[in-house]
Design a protein around this ligand. Structure first.
Ligand SMILES: Cc1ncc(COP(=O)(O)O)c(C=O)c1O
Length: 372
């Protein structure tokens, strides 16, 4: 027997240490098509017919060539101008991404060094954490406050000025608590620490109009990026397209870590059509707001614990085990998202708000299952 056996040679390549420490990000995304999908805050009726028409007219030749993006940034500007009366945005202040998920990934990739700090809130959108982890960043997450899950402004401000994080991530309105933060407060945070990149994820702003965009001048505020997507209101989740708005130097840096053809031609065609048909999105948002008021009344009258604020979703705490109710709802054809292991909201289900008819169906099934 050898006293000092030779160290076994590694038999396969080793990933980066930061990646070894991570877990795969998983979302239960299969087998949803035939069910009432209230689990991912998607548009529940589909995109504008103009989108479908544009897609059906894509010529064969467009499939065999790499995508072309000309005119898309201009279309985003036109659309935003109409919405938020802001005319001084230019194309260098817009980044195009394969969904906002890809924008978040690229931002962390471009700005997060190992051991840099991500400051954020909890509970919030789940993809920020793996993006920070894959860079080897540290995470400081401050809980929402009180029974209404208020934004922990003083604590965030203190941590921002004391810990000087590399990235401050704010989801506004927050998924899943719906917490809303006023534009002035966001700008206050951005001004307080110019070396921190403040990322404002505005995926759900259309439902309550909570946007920092109308208030910002990117020439003056050079440390803030706004994220917008066509996934939720415009109904393009399956095609993957999102935007980042910010000072041109930020957009250029984030663009450096983005592949040249990350957005496919179908998404471009659909986005151009969707951006031109804002009326369709406005109608859908109005329909969701009517449904939101209706379900808010039912929840209030039933006395069940719930929380409903910004966004197209709400939280409900079934009296019985949430996983059991989730399963029973699924058996009856209704999907919702279980918030188990989510800080502060354990025991709740997050339910997306679609049309009033869809909410009626949810409520009918939920009452039957949970005997309220
Ligand atoms: C807060 C938030 N940000 C980003 C995303 C991802 O958006 P996209 O579909 O554009 O990648 C989601 C999707 O659920 C979300 O809820």
């Amino acid at each position: 027997m050898k006293l000092f056996p030779k160290k076994q040679k590694e038999s396969k390549p080793s990933p980066r240490i930061a990646v070894e420490k991570m877990q795969t990000y998983s979302a239960p995304l299969e087998g949803r098509r035939e069910l009432l999908r209230l689990d991912f805050n998607e548009n529940t009726i589909g995109p504008s017919p103009l989108v479908v028409e544009a897609l059906s007219q894509i010529p064969r030749s467009a499939i065999s060539i790499y995508p072309e993006y000309s005119g898309l940034k201009e279309a985003v500007i036109e659309n935003l101008k109409g919405l938020q009366d802001k005319s001084n945005l230019n194309t260098s202040e817009i980044g195009l991404f394969n969904g906002v998920d890809a924008a978040i990934h690229a931002i962390f990739h471009a700005y997060g060094n190992p051991n840099d700090l991500l400051l954020t809130t909890t509970p919030t959108f789940g993809y920020y954490t793996p993006c920070a982890q894959m860079q080897g960043m540290k995470i400081h997450a401050i809980p929402y406050e009180g029974k209404n899950f208020d934004f922990p402004f003083s604590r965030i401000y203190k941590a921002l000025t004391k810990l000087k994080p590399k990235i401050l991530m704010i989801c506004n309105p927050n998924n899943p608590t719906g917490t809303r933060l006023k534009a002035e407060r966001i700008l206050e945070l951005a001004r307080a620490m110019p070396t921190t990149l403040v990322v404002v994820d505005e995926l759900y702003e259309a439902f309550t109009g909570d946007s920092v965009f109308p208030r910002i001048d990117f020439a003056k505020t050079q440390n803030l990026i706004i994220l917008r997507s066509l996934a939720k209101t415009a109904g393009l989740a399956g095609l993957r397209i999102g935007f980042a708005l910010g000072h041109k130097s930020l957009i250029e840096r984030v663009g450096r870590v983005t592949g040249p053809y990350d957005i496919n031609s179908f998404a471009v065609t659909a986005a151009l059509a969707a951006l031109k048909d804002q009326a369709y999105v406005d109608n859908y948002v109005s329909e969701v707001l009517v449904a939101k008021e209706w379900i808010a009344n039912q929840l209030q009258n039933s006395g069940i614990r719930h929380h409903i604020d910004g966004g197209n979703y709400f939280l409900i705490w079934p009296k019985e085990n949430a996983s059991k109710i989730e399963e029973a709802l699924k058996k009856s054809g209704v999907l919702v998202r279980n918030m188990n292991k989510k800080h502060l909201i354990e025991g709740s289900l997050r339910v997306s708000i679609g049309t009033k008819e869809q909410m009626k169906r949810f409520w009918e099934v939920f009452q039957k299952i949970s005997f309220i």
